[in-house]
Write a protein that binds this ligand. Structure first.
Ligand code: F6P
Length: 327
């Protein structure tokens, strides 16, 4: 493998808090090791269009605390085609870029893996998504911030729920997984937590809500993951419960994209800083096709292939804890 003298960095897929801190870390690590760095705008689409900018340690001043991504992000259909990837490769070569770090989710890693296979181009992934659904890391960038954002929002909803004696269904993000819902549910003291991995069923949900009402609770919060299959959707679910518990006033609140924004938590900033440094060091050691992750507070490497194919598991202990807390 040729020596790596210039590394590009891009963000791809859905944005998440901590992406900027990771960009900063990659750029500063490059400066520390006396190599050049380049930012690629709008993910793989920008790679295809040659939307590049040379960066240096000062280009990433004052971004560690910012949500979103200064490099912008996109989902590129063109990068799914051989022609698109060929254009991207030619642009990288034209700029003498030797390797890239992609910050994103499994879709972004799939693109990186195919690109590496076709052009033998060194790539490293940093997991950036609020969903925490990437195999090979205990935490993805933005997950911790999103949990805190959602808990803060539900605390506010609780004020209204308890003032009006209402039952609130709060939908949180997680189209395929329930990590956000489960943790936020326990953290915000939800009565029930509905996640895609477990089908509670409408009858058991109703039974549980009736039981808690009977025990003296006058208001409740039910946290529902976006991808939960208990009802058609959160509104249908709420309608069903209202019809079957006429004494309860039911409301729905969908937290939506506000969970993806905002300043990253300290945890996400530190994680991003550690991951960015590791990504650069790994490339300088001549390695490729890995995702940087964290296990038991140690920065680790997992093959991109495994990171893409592996599935994360929910923490079943949290389900038990939640059940006990709703006694
Ligand atoms: O970032 C992941 C995620 O939050 C999913 O949980 C959600 O379904 C998706 O993003 C929505 O993203 P977009 O609106 O960008 O398509």
């Amino acid at each position: 493998m040729n020596k790596v003298n210039k590394i590009a960095v891009l963000t791809s897929g859905g944005d998440s808090p901590g992406m900027n801190a990771a960009i900063r870390s990659v750029v500063r690590a490059c400066a520390y090791y006396n190599i050049e760095s380049v930012g690629i705008y709008r993910g793989y689409q920008g790679m295809i269009e040659g939307d590049f900018k040379e960066l240096n340690a000062r280009s990433v001043n004052n971004i560690i605390n910012k949500g979103g991504t200064i490099l912008k992000t996109a989902r590129s259909e063109e990068f799914r085609t051989v022609e698109g990837r060929k254009k991207a490769f030619e642009n990288l070569k034209k700029k003498n870029i030797d390797a890239f770090v992609v910050i994103g989710g499994d879709g972004s890693f799939t693109g990186a893996e195919i690109f590496n296979e076709e052009f033998n181009f060194p790539v490293i992934g940093i997991p950036g998504t609020i969903d925490n659904d990437i195999f090979g890391t205990n935490f993805t960038l933005g997950y911790d911030t999103a949990l805190n954002t959602a808990v803060e929002a539900i605390d506010k909803i609780r004020d209204t729920a308890s003032s009006h004696n209402r039952l609130f269904f709060v939908e949180v993000m997680g189209r395929d997984v329930g990590h956000i819902a489960l943790n936020v549910g326990v953290g915000a003291g939800a009565e029930e937590i509905l996640i895609p991995e477990e089908d509670l069923g409408l009858d058991r949900l109703l039974e549980s809500l009736k039981k808690s009402r009977k025990s003296g609770k006058t208001s409740s919060i039910v946290v529902v993951a976006e991808g939960d299959k208990t009802g058609e959707n959160v509104f249908e679910l709420a309608k069903y419960v209202e019809e079957n518990m006429p004494n309860y006033e039911v409301r729905v609140s969908v937290l939506g994209h506000m969970q993806r924004g905002g300043a990253p938590s300290c945890f996400d900033r530190v994680l991003a800083s550690r991951m960015g440094v590791k990504a650069v060091e790994v490339l300088l050691e001549g390695k490729s096709n890995f995702m940087v992750g964290i296990h038991d507070n140690e920065i680790t490497l997992t093959s991109l292939d495994l990171a893409i194919k592996g599935e994360t598991k929910i923490n079943t202990e949290l389900i038990k804890v939640s059940d006990i807390m709703t006694t």
